[in-house]
Design a protein around this ligand. Structure first.
Ligand code: HEC
Length: 214
């Protein structure tokens, strides 16, 4: 479908996506054929976590080189206050190529350019047979070299591996530091605490070179 026709529709559908906990207020929408419309504005959502799997480290990795994960703000709030994902949660994964490998702080890996976009949603009403209601979508159209406007549900191809998540289905929450910290935290925000789980006072075993540097 033409994006100029699609966009006002999406804006209308998503206008209320930060107000309630039901799927009618979810930050995603389907087209008439039941395909998921490509999520927009997700870099303005809550940053859920990131993974780094550089090809130079492992030539067999499935998703080189970086993965940035975002969650919609209302679902983040719900997760933080209740410790479980609401119906209508959406997480988006953006794959990013390796960029610079040297910077003023030393040698390493920095993010280059984005190249792929996928999403998972928890929607038991639409997908009663998906484990936990989590269904999967991918918007990368490699043949055209662009992102697709919509994605059909991909089901088993993705679910088969997501069964390896600690919960037995759904998101790999255990790999996402901001989501781990937020789980069931309550009304405040975990990042406002002066405590950091990775921070150890000097002199304590394990506090090696570099570990106490900001
Ligand atoms: C071989 C295992 C595997 C397969 C197959 C797989 N994934 Fe994932 N996926 C992962 C892992 C591991 C993560 C953790 C984040 C990362 O990539 O760093 C993840 C994370 C995600 C996320 C971020 C939220 C979450 O669920 O943790 C999305 C969205 C996602 N995958 C979509 C898909 C889609 C769409 C497919 C099918 C086309 C798919 N995945 C197939 C292993 C897999």
């Amino acid at each position: 479908m033409n994006r100029s026709i699609l966009l006002p529709l999406v804006v209308l559908l998503l206008a209320a996506c930060n107000g309630d906990t039901g799927t009618e207020h979810a930050c995603y929408a389907f087209n008439k054929q039941g395909a998921l419309i490509r999520p927009t504005d997700y870099r303005s959502w809550v940053f859920a976590g990131t993974g780094t799997t550089p090809l130079s480290h492992d030539s067999t990795v499935l998703f080189p080189d970086f993965q940035n994960i975002y969650i919609d703000p209302e679902s983040y709030r719900f997760w933080k206050e209740n410790g479980y994902y609401r119906e209508g949660t959406i997480l988006v994964k953006e794959l990013i190529r390796k960029g610079d490998t040297i910077a003023p702080i030393g040698k390493g890996y920095w993010q280059g350019e984005a190249y792929s976009l996928s999403a998972t949603i928890k929607d038991t009403a639409h997908f009663p047979h998906a484990p936990g209601g989590w269904e999967y979508f991918k918007f990368t159209d490699e043949a055209q070299g662009v992102l697709a406007e919509t994605s059909a549900a991909l089901g088993a191809a993705c679910i088969s591996c997501h069964r390896a998540a600690k919960a037995g289905f759904g998101p790999f929450t255990e790999l996402y530091m901001p989501l781990r910290d937020a789980r069931g935290f309550g009304k405040g925000n975990p990042e406002n605490s002066s405590r950091r789980k990775g921070l150890r006072p000097k002199g304590i075993q394990g506090a090696g070179k570099g570990q106490n540097i900001p």
